[in-house]
Design a protein around this ligand. Structure first.
Ligand SMILES: Nc1nc2c(ncn2[C@@H]2O[C@H](COP(=O)(O)OP(=O)(O)O)[C@@H](O)[C@H]2O)c(=O)[nH]1
Ligand SMILES: [Mg+2]
Length: 236
């Protein structure tokens, strides 16, 4: 199953969905996260492709909520799916890279696969800084290192989904929570190098608010884990 959370997408979503359906057998779930009446045509075009389901939130609830809506749908409607592959709606992920990440999950269905960007000069400084902070926090809290902690292209094994749909992050913080959770539970992680396409689509990431949400989710996770470990020591 491929999952694309989408908020006010443009033509790149249609191109990505068309490319995916031509290339992969896996069905596609697109979540319209309260994009509004101006985007009806884009979602209608996507929904006419065979093998595509469009789910909708009536108001904008965030990337994390949209991913959870799609995961819940997969758990309920596609019990045989080996997992979900998440990709962005703005053309940032090449169809070949999405297919490659999906291919690793097919070969190793218990592995969390990250499509990792190389942070060359084309990547905005704020993205690089945010990613460095996220990698450090991940390492400090779980002892594990990944090269791209904020990639939206990931293949997630089905076995993880019931726990992930219970996480709390509503926006970009959800993706940090997923990594913290998987690293802390010693889930095997594989990183596949991917291209980084910044086609000039406007970002929905609010540097102040969304960074604060990610910090909050990280601190919450660290405190909860530390309390859990302390309780385990006391009761053992
Ligand atoms: N469902 C949903 N998806 C979102 C929202 N904001 C961003 N996204 C998705 O997250 C992807 C990455 O967001 P984007 O704004 O491009 O962030 P950036 O690439 O990190 O600057 C987009 O392609 C969308 O698919 C949102 O509020 N709701
Ligand atoms: Mg983007």
């Amino acid at each position: 199953m491929i999952v694309i959370p989408a908020f006010q997408p443009g033509a790149p979503l249609i191109a990505t969905a068309t490319g995916l359906r031509a290339r992969l057998a896996a069905p596609l779930v697109v979540v319209d996260d309260g994009s509004g009446p101006g985007f009806v045509d884009v979602f209608r075009a996507v929904s006419t492709l065979p093998g595509v389901t469009v789910l909708a939130h009536t108001t904008n609830r965030g990337k994390g909520r949209a991913l959870r809506t799609a995961m819940q749908h997969v758990l309920a409607v596609h019990p045989a799916a080996i997992g979900v592959v998440t990709a962005d709606a703005d053309g940032q992920h090449a169809v070949e890279d999405i297919a490659a990440v999906a291919g690793v999950l097919c070969a190793r269905p218990d592995t969390l696969v990250l499509g990792s960007r190389r942070f060359g000069p084309g990547v905005p400084v704020s993205n690089r800084l945010g990613n460095t902070c996220a990698r450090w926090a991940l390492r400090l809290i779980t002892g594990r290192s990944v090269s791209d902690a904020q990639t939206g292209l990931r293949a997630i094994p089905r076995g993880l989904l019931p726990a992930l749909v219970r996480l709390r992050g509503a926006r970009y913080d959800f993706e940090m929570e997923v990594l913290l959770w998987a690293c802390a539970r010693r889930v095997e992680i594989d990183e596949q190098p991917i291209r980084t396409i910044y086609a000039g689509a406007p970002s929905h990431f609010d540097p102040v608010l969304d960074s604060a949400r990610i910090v909050r989710a990280t601190v919450r996770f660290a405190v909860t884990s530390a309390l859990g470990a302390r309780r385990a020591v006391i009761t053992s």
